[in-house]
Design a protein around this ligand. Structure first.
Ligand code: NAD
Length: 962
């Protein structure tokens, strides 16, 4: 809570308002009612609160009474929740199946009643009645259209049409001062701050007719503020709209919990001074606190919000004062339900001599009746934020309001439930989210925050610089230095195949022999180099990459056809592997003592296996290449690396980094060249001890077979660490949140054009979810914008080469003969593009459901229930990644147990494993290695040794002396 003392006048006003507020106990806090009693219990029990909100969240997606009853039991029957008897009765627990429909209907009815407290109308047609009632009290309104997350252009167009319809209704109701609040994320499925300029231009076009209609009806249009990544883009858009229209009847929203809001307010005031209209600014505290904190922790970014509630309250007071002081050019709107904050603002306005017509208060529908009445009685202007939309689409909104009301720091909660034990864990006021401790000495490299304009500009400069360096030579490193072979093969840009990224001198079998020989000679010295020193090289390489991270990413755009974000993620992962394996090796290197009775000393340690051959794929051209290489090196092996034929330029960048770090000569040899010659020769060479391979199943199995032979003269058995493909499935349960599922499936299936081993290529739809899922997925697929990955707005780039393009296109015919081509996107003609496509009616035995395609081809299969879904998911040779979208606790538990893949993801996308947090790798025909980026990985490059020493000398044991 804000503890700064109020002025005496503010205190008087606060007390008056608080008293008035108490006269109107909201239904939510009336323990006598159904909703009130649930909320009352939720306030007292965090476990119940979580279960309740999750249950309410999934309720609209449940099909009938039986499903509702089933979920009810799954969420609440757990005795640990310790519900009081009346509540158990209220929830109708322990009922027989025959009453299920009755229970389901009653519950839906009750939750509808709850929702109606916050959602004013389910249909646009009901709005005029709501507005007339509101206007009679003297308040005005700004209406908001609730909706699903927009995942396609069709949905964006529908939402825009919805805003038009809403606006027409609002301006048709006489009286009041009509207002509309618009969420820009609903209007553009391609909205992404990485492509801010084009998004702003597109949204200006989309909003222009709506704003013209609003101007004609004298309506005020606010651009709502959503989560932090969209903030700058929203303000840029707002500025563009003000510049176009002059700014009258336009409003923006500022969130007091953001640390940057002070700066943003200055920007808005400057903007207002330069334009004739009085710009409306709504100041709110901010409604996405949990998300902002969680996302910042997940990405390793600075937390953009104040972490203590009191700081937000203080900032709110300061910002409100600035707003009021600028009331000559702004139309300030103060949005809070907190009597203290409102009292403070009233006192400030009095101090500034600002009449009540110069600013307004805003409250949310259903949350501030008492305050609203009191303020109107004082002669202040009050605008009510009125959400319209059906229950299903308004669920996210309802849950947000419930969270807000039940947070320990909620003013309303404190007013109406004052007896609550304050020592219960504070939800919104605890300083930071409870996060697991990272591995000591290791933390993940944060990805770039492309919502920041300066980051985008710097990245663009890196791309321009790399473009200047295209076409240079890449040569092998053999023996003690560079070796030109004169056998040159160009590496090409898959988006513009005539553009040469590098002229690559190809190694051949002779260079393999020389390189392995040198590596063999260097190995004994390297093996006894202290571990701390070996780890030091990795850390220096990490620092080197970090310093040049944008250029490293830019090279991937040109050579591998990766988009900005994916390229950056690849560099982060490479840095993570270096840091993680350095830390892990230091941990493993210490001698460990085994159980040792008196007179005996048993200890163990590890040594490197010898010479490692690293054979890498092109799809994570820096990350996987770096991961395998650095693990082998730090474990005391010398290494001969063969980059993928398509990405030798990027491979050489890593070798240069190790050189810059001062790695001793001979320890790392670099052999760009074809797999069939260089790779093959490496695998067969008797001087190689370990083969670390990541790539296709065909090659992986061949390598495994070849390495199993032990020719005469080879004094060891080769070990193969082999990571291969996947045929990964996401199961979408009947009750899944489709907003989340569609978004995640599209990302997992079409991110980097589906060229990830972890990519989703099968969707298994459970029961009735199928049709809605396919419709939305299809529209989302059509909405993907394809184009040169150099353009940050393109979501689909080219495939890696012409062969890949031909192979993937070949599956279109297969798909058409096996199932139905539901939809297909569009792509440019030049370059190796393949349009993303969605096939339906695919069955488990079809080739489309069995073969790894490694391109943007997604198949939908049907399952009757969750059990069948899991058996379909398992009916392939692979076991790499898998996913589930479900809100049924028992189904989640079942799938976790039965869906056996290396990496299983619940209610999220299935790509993008993070080193140290999600060790990655599969089994069956997906791999015979242990998971990369995890604690077991390095052991594969090591030989264990145990030393047992007899400590008895002539009958005396030193331990006994002690
Ligand atoms: P690929 O098998 O064609 O090539 C991988 C590497 O092996 C390349 O360096 C290639 O030159 C080399 N190679 C090819 N033939 C060889 C031979 N006869 N002997 C020795 N080496 C040979 O695979 P790719 O196209 O580069 O990568 C895509 C495949 O990799 C997909 O199947 C994907 O699922 C898999 N992959 C798996 C993982 C994982 O962690 N499981 C990660 C990334 C990629």
């Amino acid at each position: 809570m804000d503890s700064t003392p109020l002025t005496s006048r503010a205190e008087v006003l606060r007390a008056e308002l608080a008293e008035a507020l108490r006269q109107h106990r909201p239904l939510l806090f009336d323990p006598a009612g159904w909703a009130g009693s649930l909320i009352d219990w939720a306030l007292r029990d965090v476990g119940f609160r979580t279960a309740l909100f999750r249950f309410i969240d999934c309720l609209p997606s449940l099909d009938g009474g039986a499903e509702v009853a089933d979920h009810l039991e799954a969420y609440f029957a757990d005795g640990a929740l310790g519900l009081p008897a009346p509540l158990r009765a209220a929830l109708h627990l322990g009922i027989g199946r025959w009453t299920a429909p009755v229970t389901g209907a009653a519950l839906r009815h009750n939750v509808r009643t709850l929702a109606r407290q916050f959602i004013a109308a389910e249909e646009v047609e009901q709005l005029p009645r709501v507005l007339r009632r509101l206007y009679q009290t003297g308040a005005v309104a700004t209406v908001d259209l609730l909706g699903e997350r927009t995942v396609s252009e069709a949905e964006a167009a529908a939402h825009l049409a919805g805003y038009h319809a809403l606006l027409e209704r609002v301006v048709a109701v006489p009286g009041g001062d009509p207002g509309l609040s618009v969420k820009i994320s609903a209007l553009d499925s391609r909205l992404d701050p990485i492509d801010a300029d084009r998004c702003v231009a597109r949204l200006v076009d989309r909003l222009r007719p709506l704003l013209a209609k609003a101007a004609a009806g004298h309506a005020l249009v606010y651009l709502d503020m959503e989560d932090h990544p969209l903030k700058d883009l929203t303000l840029d858009l707002f500025q563009a709209l003000v510049e176009e229209s002059g700014g009258s009847r336009l409003g923006c929203v500022l969130q007091a919990y953001l640390r940057a809001t002070e700066t943003d307010l200055r920007r808005v005031i400057d903007l207002a001074r330069r334009h004739p209209g009085r710009i409306a600014v709504r100041l709110v505290k901010g409604a996405y606190w949990d998300t902002e904190v969680a996302v910042a922790h997940q990405r390793g970014w600075p937390v953009p919000v104040f972490e203590a509630k009191g700081e937000t309250d203080q900032a709110f007071a300061v910002l409100a004062e600035r707003l009021l002081a600028a009331a000559d050019v702004l139309a300030p709107a103060i949005a809070s339900h907190n009597a203290r904050s409102v009292g403070q603002v009233l006192a400030t306005a009095e101090g500034l001599g600002l009449g009540p017509d110069r600013f307004e208060f805003q409250v949310l529908y259903g949350m501030g009746e008492g305050l609203q009445t009191a303020l109107l009685a004082r002669g202040n202007r009050v605008r009510v934020y009125v959400p319209v939309g059906n229950l299903l689409q308004g669920m996210a909104y309802l849950v947000r309001r419930l969270l807000e009301n039940t947070a320990n720091t909620s003013f309303l909660r404190r007013t109406f439930v004052p007896d609550l034990d304050e020592s219960t864990p504070q939800r919104a006021s605890r300083p930071v989210m409870a996060v697991a401790e990272p591995e000591v000495g290791f933390s993940n490299e944060p990805p770039l925050d492309f919502s920041r304009a300066e980051v985008r500009a710097e990245f663009q400069r890196a791309i321009d610089e790399v473009r200047q360096a295209l076409g240079q030579s890449v040569v092998p490193v053999v023996g003690h230095g560079d070796m030109e072979t004169g056998r040159i093969r160009p590496s090409l840009n898959p988006a513009h195949p005539e553009q040469v990224v590098a002229q690559v001198h190809q190694a051949g079998p002779e260079e393999v022999a020389t390189a392995v020989e040198h590596a063999g000679r260097a190995q004994p010295g390297w093996a006894v180099t202290p571990v701390a020193e070996r780890a030091g090289y990795l850390r220096r390489v990490a620092a080197y990459l970090r310093e040049r991270r944008m250029a490293m990413a830019a090279w991937q755009i040109f050579e591998a056809g990766k988009g900005w974000r994916e390229a950056d993620a690849d560099v982060c992962e490479a840095i993570d592997f270096l840091e993680y394996y350095a830390t892990e090796m230091v941990r493993l290197a210490a001698w460990r003592r085994y159980p040792s009775p008196p007179g005996e000393e048993n200890r163990g340690s590890y040594i490197g296996r010898g010479v490692a051959a690293v054979i890498a794929p092109w799809n994570f051209p820096l990350a996987i290449f770096t991961g395998m290489t650095s693990a082998a090196l730090v474990a005391g092996n010398t290494v001969v690396v063969k980059p993928a034929s398509n990405t030798p330029r990027i491979g050489r960048l890593l070798v240069d980094a190790f050189r810059a770090a001062g790695l001793p000569e001979g320890v790392l040899q670099f052999l760009p060249g074809p797999g069939s010659t260089v790779g093959d020769a490496l695998v067969r060479h008797e001087g190689v001890h370990t083969i670390a391979f990541t790539g296709s199943r065909e090659v992986g199995l061949a390598i495994n077979e070849m390495a199993a032979r032990t020719p005469a003269g080879q004094r060891h058995v080769k070990r193969v660490i082999c990571e291969m493909g996947g045929k990964n499935a996401i199961i979408v349960d009947r009750d899944a949140d489709l907003d989340e599922a569609v978004f995640a499936i599209v990302q997992s299936a079409f991110g980097y054009q589906g060229q990830k081993c972890s990519a989703c290529s099968r969707v298994i739809a459970v029961g009735a979810v199928h049709d809605a899922l396919v419709t939305r997925l299809g529209q989302a697929t059509e909405s993907l914008e394809a184009g040169d990955p150099i353009d940050p707005g393109s979501r689909v780039g080219p495939l890696i080469d012409a062969a890949a393009q031909k192979r993937v296109q070949g599956y279109w015919d297969v798909g058409r003969s096996e199932g139905r081509l539901w939809t297909q996107g569009e792509v440019p003609e030049e370059g190796y593009y393949v349009a993303p496509c969605l096939f339906t009616e695919i069955a488990s035995h079809h080739r489309l459901a069995q073969e790894e395609i490694f391109g943007p081809v997604l198949s939908v299969l049907r399952a009757a229930d969750i059990e069948e879904a899991v058996s379909i998911a398992l009916a392939t040779d692979y076991a790499l990644t898998g996913g589930l979208f479900s809100r049924h606790p028992r189904h989640v538990a079942y799938v976790c147990e039965r869906f056996q893949v290396g990496n299983l993801y619940i209610n999220r996308g299935i790509t993008g494993a993070i080193v140290g947090r999600q060790p990655f790798g599969g089994f069956f025909l997906s791999g015979i290695g242990s998971q990369a980026g995890g604690p077991d990985y390095l052991l594969q490059f090591l030989l264990p040794r145990t030393v047992s020493e007899n400590t008895l000398r002539r009958g005396f044991a030193p331990e006994m002396l002690a």
